[in-house]
Design a protein around this ligand. Structure first.
Ligand SMILES: Cc1cc2nc3c(=O)[nH]c(=O)nc-3n(C[C@H](O)[C@H](O)[C@H](O)COP(=O)(O)OP(=O)(O)OC[C@H]3O[C@@H](n4cnc5c(N)ncnc54)[C@H](O)[C@@H]3O)c2cc1C
Length: 366
């Protein structure tokens, strides 16, 4: 039996893929309700459809444009294909149902606490969160899809030195252009960015992520938005990708946020977790190295996102203004509007050739 810990998108998609291939799979989720609490804005590019198409009822909005603000500049960019805004609870539940329909057993209110390596098996301890009972299961492979603070990674000794951003978000009331989300770069949110993503004309998800003082920055950001009515507050950790992290140790595997498979530029990890989950199921079936398989599909882009993040974290407000003044040129916009931002390997070189002044930012590498 294969044990999967965590019924987020990565864990449920791994369980679905493996069950579909005929494996006996148990998916353990510590909460009693899948997809709650929500700790996510839920934006994905249309590229998700290359892996699977989200069900209609899990989509709250689609967005055609993004408006980027720096201290002195603003620029609107048309998206190649509309971004999808997900209802994360419905989305997570739909993938867990796919896993269940394919034959995986989903066990709710079951928290993984520890593991013990036996000869060919791994004994895992599961705590039932309501009944306060403990039960052990023997698994042949263990998949840690238990998010950024992965207990599986800790128990297996592959947690590594993780860096976390603190995400703070709220649903707010106001008047919004439902076809455009907004991004704020610079001192409003140092080392990352702030966002307003409309669900419709009257509701939006406003948030930011920082390495420190998320509450303080978030309150200032809400003031900048003219103190809108806040309906629901959410928060969560966004891990920074680390190419050196071990995501495989014998028959223990990490996937999704547990494996830090997150774009360091935007904090997005839904598509990356699902892609890695597919690579994991294929690697188990074909008895290949999971780490090499997922790095083949994601490694270069995740590395490039990290590289860009490290550079941008050294930008001043003036540097962001300058960057946006370059982006505003139609020939640069044409490139940005014709590629998918999930994969910078596909357009960064073209961008550098079209506007060589981007190379001036290379000074931040040193
Ligand atoms: C504020 C914020 C905004 C974000 N916005 C976006 C966005 O717009 N687009 C995007 O792509 N990404 C976004 N992300 C990132 C995205 O949420 C994650 O990358 C994604 O949820 C990772 O999926 P996962 O399945 O790996 O982990 P998770 O979604 O974290 O799921 C882990 C699951 O494991 C369960 N679990 C944890 N520990 C245990 C245990 N010991 N035993 C059993 N179960 C356990 C949890 O309950 C949870 O269900 C955002 C993150 C934050 C914090």
């Amino acid at each position: 039996m294969i044990g999967v810990i965590g019924a987020g998108p990565a864990g449920s998609f791994a369980a679905y893929q493996l069950a579909k291939k005929g494996y006996d799979v148990k998916l353990f989720e510590e909460h009693h309700y899948i997809g709650k609490p929500v700790q996510c804005t839920g934006i994905v590019t249309d590229g998700i459809k290359e892996i699977f198409t989200p069900k209609k009822e899990t989509i709250v909005n689609t967005i055609e444009r993004v408006k980027v603000h720096t201290a002195k500049e603003s620029c609107e960019i048309k998206l190649r294909r509309p971004d999808i805004i997900l209802d994360r609870t419905a989305f997570d539940q739909s993938i867990a149902h796919m896993a269940q329909d394919a034959g995986a057993e989903v066990l709710m209110g079951c928290r993984f606490t520890n593991l013990e390596k036996k000869e060919k098996e791994i004994k895992i301890d599961i705590q039932h969160t309501k009944k306060n009972e403990k039960k052990s299961y023997g698994v042949t492979q263990l998949i840690g899809a238990d998010g950024p603070n992965s207990q599986v990674a800790k128990s297996a000794g592959i947690f590594g030195d993780r860096v976390f951003y603190y995400g703070a978000q709220a649903t707010i009331k106001g008047n919004f252009d439902p076809q455009c989300y907004e991004v704020y770069l610079g001192n409003v949110c140092p080392n990352f960015f702030a966002w307003v993503v409309p669900e419709n004309e009257h509701m939006a998800r406003a948030g930011l992520a920082t390495l420190e003082k998320p509450h303080q920055y978030f309150q200032s950001f809400l003031k900048k938005l003219n103190s809108p009515t806040v309906c629901e507050c959410q928060g969560g950790l966004i891990p920074l990708y680390d190419p050196k992290l071990k995501t495989e140790k014998e028959n223990i595997f990490l996937v999704g946020d547990a494996a830090l498979q997150v774009k360091a530029t935007t904090g997005g990890g839904i598509i990356q977790g699902i892609m890695a989950a597919k690579a994991l199921a294929d690697a188990i079936e074909k008895n290949k190295s999971y780490e090499s398989e997922w790095k083949k599909v994601l490694g270069k882009d995740l590395w490039l996102h990290l590289f860009i993040r490290r550079m941008m974290n050294k930008f001043s407000d003036q540097d962001y203004d300058y960057m946006l003044s370059l982006v505003k040129q139609q020939r640069v916009k044409n490139i940005l509007e014709s590629f998918d931002r999930d994969y910078p390997t596909r357009f960064l070189l073209k961008l550098g050739i079209t506007e060589p002044r981007f190379a001036s930012f290379a000074r931040f590498l040193f």
